[in-house]
Design a protein around this ligand. Structure first.
Ligand code: IPM
Ligand code: MG
Length: 385
């Protein structure tokens, strides 16, 4: 009985936290205007595993593409140290407070993958740094493009990034030795802002279909809310169809060659977005090829969609890690802060180096080139565009 009381009290705290978050969302923070940032500070944090290697490669490319803006003080690239699993484990926090303070002094962040502990491994079972950063900086829209022109695929995923099963994923309750309970959360404000972002993107880019992916027939309350709000919001966008799919059949339809080319913009709760975007990236060449933008009103963070690949480091292969995902993320960062020409140049160079020309290739082992060699290839290609 006392265990039930303890669980109730923890649940009460969660409700209070979520209600407070709703109040914050209601204040509708004014979006940042990068033209007012002198300089625009790009924080760069390497993370764990292959993170430092692929982040360094991306930093070199950014430094190259932004050389003029950096020289005249319009842009500052700033290294942020300390977002490592060793330090996070020592402090037993998802993000050390001093590191978070430094991150908050930046306008945008390029983040290498960070190790996410799980019960039973060598680390304390702390919250994922990704998840914590998305919540701390209120980066509610996780935008993940996947393009495979030769297969007719041009998808943009809008994964909700601050709610769902993720938001409370480290706040579940072991009621007693036998009973474990997790929570998922959906708020009106949280659903509205991600669904609106997806529709606004569709409108601005001439897309005709927004697909909402849930399991609202089973997960009736939270997914049900997401689905109802999608229906409501779609009424404000004439000419754009709202199409609804359940996550299970959606994973199947991504491999249905006839159906999948019809999808354009997908909007989904956090966990479904996590799963579906890994599957989608596979058509493009794997998670190593996909970048991701985490966008909020004040901050934005750009990262690979994959993890830190500790196995590659253990096997001494980190110098052969593929930086393409971080470079795609860097291209998204550039266009987000208004450096569209530089972004297009990088995207074109990536297409040339990984698809059409492939003078050197990354294989993840000594059969291919190193991460540094690949970054040099990208920069030479940029020079010739
Ligand atoms: C992603 C990753 C992260 C997530 C992990 C590393 C916590 O898989 O960005 O998709 O699950 O969100
Ligand atoms: Mg993932």
């Amino acid at each position: 009985m006392q265990k039930i009381e303890e669980a109730k009290s923890k649940f009460g705290t969660l409700l209070e936290q979520q209600l407070a978050r709703i109040e914050k969302m209601k204040q509708n923070a004014t979006p940042i205007n990068y033209a007012d940032c002198k300089p625009i500070i790009i924080g760069i944090t390497g993370g764990d595993g292959i993170g430092p290697a692929i982040t360094k490669a991306s930093k070199d490319v950014l430094e190259y593409l932004l050389a003029d803006a950096i020289a005249v003080g319009k842009i500052e690239l700033r290294n942020i140290e300390g977002l490592t699993i060793e330090r996070r484990a020592a402090e037993k926090v998802a993000i050390p407070p001093a590191v978070l303070d430094e991150l908050k002094k930046c306008h945008v962040i390029l983040k290498g993958p960070t190790t996410t502990p799980q019960a039973g491994d060598e680390w304390p079972n702390i919250e994922s740094a990704n998840v914590a950063m998305r919540k701390e900086l209120d980066l509610f829209a996780n935008v993940r493009p996947v393009r495979v022109p030769e297969k007719g695929l041009d998808w943009t995923f809008f994964r909700e990034n601050t709610e769902g099963a993720y938001a409370l994923g480290s706040q579940g309750i072991h009621v007693n030795d036998d009973l474990a309970i997790d929570f998922t959360v959906a708020t009106t404000q949280g659903c509205e802002r991600i669904i609106r972002a997806a529709f606004e993107y569709a409108k601005a880019n001439g897309k005709k279909r927004v697909t909402a992916v849930t399991k609202s027939n089973v997960v009736k309350t939270t997914d049900g809310k997401f689905s109802m709000i999608a229906k409501e919001i779609s009424k404000n966008y004439t000419g754009i169809i709202l199409d609804e799919w359940y996550i299970d059949i959606m994973t199947a339809k991504l491999i249905d060659e006839k159906r999948r080319t019809q999808f354009e913009v997908m909007v989904l709760p956090n966990l479904y977005g996590d799963i579906l975007t890994d599957e989608a990236a596979e058509f493009q060449g794997g998670v190593g090829t996909a970048g991701s933008a985490n966008i909020g009103a004040r901050y934005a963070m750009f990262e690979a969609i994959h993890g830190s690949a500790p196995r590659m480091v253990k096997e001494g292969r980190d110098i052969y890690a593929d930086p393409a995902s971080m470079l795609r993320a860097s291209a998204m960062l550039l266009s987000h802060i208004g450096y569209v020409k530089e972004s297009e140049k990088l995207t074109n160079a990536l297409d040339i180096c990984t698809v059409s020309e492939k003078k050197i290739v990354i294989t993840g082992r000594d059969t291919g080139c190193t991460c540094t060699e690949f970054a040099a290839y990208i920069m030479t290609t940029c020079k010739n565009i």
